[in-house]
Design a binder for this molecule. Structure first.
Ligand code: KE4
Length: 423
């Protein structure tokens, strides 16, 4: 049993000053019990808590650290940028270079605007879609998470395709009613909503591969059919690639599946672990964004030079790496778990993101994911933690590999997972 006394001390201090002791809810270990680790440092595939315990890290700050922690060249780039100053509130050369990198990797984007988080990216993308189409209603999919802007904290009302109801206090019903929620992977539900209401629907927003109900991949042709239907009815298609962008491959899910969305949202990896987000589209659509057009969006620290330097260096390194080596390790890990053939356990994985579900599967949407045994997941999570492996502290999250995860890490993880789930 690992000693985690100092984390407990910090948590008690934090609880007095920070709601739930954390600056983002999922970090509070509410779904798995106990108290969160307070992290001292990260290096390569590992993080180290304040009690000196080491963990193979499969959270990687919820995705951004695809190169692993504290990659030498990335830290050097941040230090070099910091020497010149933290922020100017004026354009800098790095922002142009990052815009060139992003639009080259995502040809559906001819122009891109940097913001400070994935939430800002999706919130701005929806405002742009509404401004461009002059329609107010949007469609999201059950189980997809796009950040915490009001109109997206919405769940399906009674009946599959009625107007949404808020999932959070403080969201006026008047906001939620503009959001329709349909089941992920249900193209018939999507088609009937759009056919019936396309005159009011500005956009559909989707995680093209979902990570926020645990990993759930689109059924064959789901995304292609989604693109066909939205194009047919004049509804914009927004790909939220905050998690999948530069994760599944250098060009994200849209490159992997060959889909051309109208607007793309990015985050996480493009900042290499520092605060950043972005949204982009064809020039004609981005012409609607202030100061060019009437859709207002702004940010004091948008394009922050340190975040840009960190993200740019990350992508410059990433561009030269072979994703097959990364993805093969993820496949090996998940295949090793599946080959154990344990009833009530299944894995979903794609690229270098995976979820072990306490669920017979197949987990193809939120209703299926919700049937998972979250108590078993909590026990599994804590057993992994006590054996030096840090996975997502919730059944309904994705886990990630980095280029720093070695064959030995995978072998150790598989051995530990086997010991835990077969006992
Ligand atoms: P941020 O505002 O947290 O940078 O991004 C919001 C967001 C948007 N779109 C997708 C697909 C996302 O996964 C996220 C954020 N992901 C969660 C983890 N599932 C962040 C972790 C957290 O909330 O602390």
């Amino acid at each position: 049993m690992k000693k985690r006394k100092k984390s407990g001390d910090y948590f008690r201090r934090a609880l007095r000053l920070i709601p739930g002791g954390v600056n983002s809810p999922v970090r509070a270990f509410g779904a798995v019990g106990g108290y969160p680790l307070f992290i001292e440092k990260g290096k390569g595939s590992r993080i180290y808590d304040v009690d000196g315990n080491a963990y193979i890290d499969y959270v990687l700050s919820w995705g951004p650290l695809i190169l692993g922690h504290s990659r030498r060249e990335v830290i050097a780039a941040i230090k070099q940028a910091a020497e010149k100053g933290a922020s100017f509130g004026a354009p800098t050369p790095g922002e142009v270079m990052l815009a060139e990198m992003l639009t080259a990797a995502f040809p559906s984007m001819e122009q891109v605007r940097l913001v400070n988080s994935g939430t800002e990216a999706t919130m701005s993308a929806l405002r742009l879609a509404r401004g461009y189409t002059k329609k107010d209603t949007i469609i999201k999919f059950e189980g997809c998470y796009h950040g915490h802007s009001d109109g997206l904290l919405v769940k399906a009302g009674s009946g599959a395709a009625t107007f949404g109801v808020p999932t959070s206090a403080g969201v006026p019903g008047d906001y939620a009613k503009h959001t329709i929620v349909v089941p992920y992977n249900d193209i018939d539900a999507l088609r009937s909503v759009i056919a019936g209401r396309h005159k009011q629907i500005a956009a559909v927003i989707i995680e093209p591969v979902c990570g926020n109900m645990g990993v759930v991949v689109p059924k064959p042709d789901f995304l292609a059919e989604l693109r066909r239907i939205t194009r047919k009815y004049g509804v914009m298609l927004i790909f939220d690639e905050v998690m999948t962008g530069f994760r599944l491959c250098f060009g994200g899910a849209q490159t992997l599946y060959g889909i051309d969305p109208d607007i793309t949202c990015l985050g996480k990896i493009i900042g290499g672990g520092m605060p950043i987000g972005a949204y982009g589209a064809k020039k004609e659509i981005m012409a609607g964004v202030a100061p060019l057009g009437p859709v207002y969006q702004a940010g004091t620290l948008s394009g922050n030079p340190l975040a840009v330097a960190c993200g740019l260096k990350t992508l410059q390194i990433l561009r030269k790496l072979d994703y097959n080596t990364l993805n093969e390790r993820c496949r090996r890990l998940c295949r090793g778990i599946d080959d154990l053939g344990i009833p009530g356990i299944s894995t979903n994985s794609i690229g270098s993101m995976f979820t072990l579900f306490f669920n017979d599967g197949p987990v193809v949407n939120y209703a299926a994911a919700a049937r998972s045994d979250v108590k078993k997941y909590a026990r599994y999570f804590n057993a992994l933690l006590n054996n030096g492996i840090y996975c997502a502290p919730s059944q309904f999250e994705a886990n990630f590999l980095s280029f720093a995860h070695s064959d030995a890490d995978i072998a150790e993880t598989l051995k530990t997972v086997k010991k835990i789930i077969t006992r």
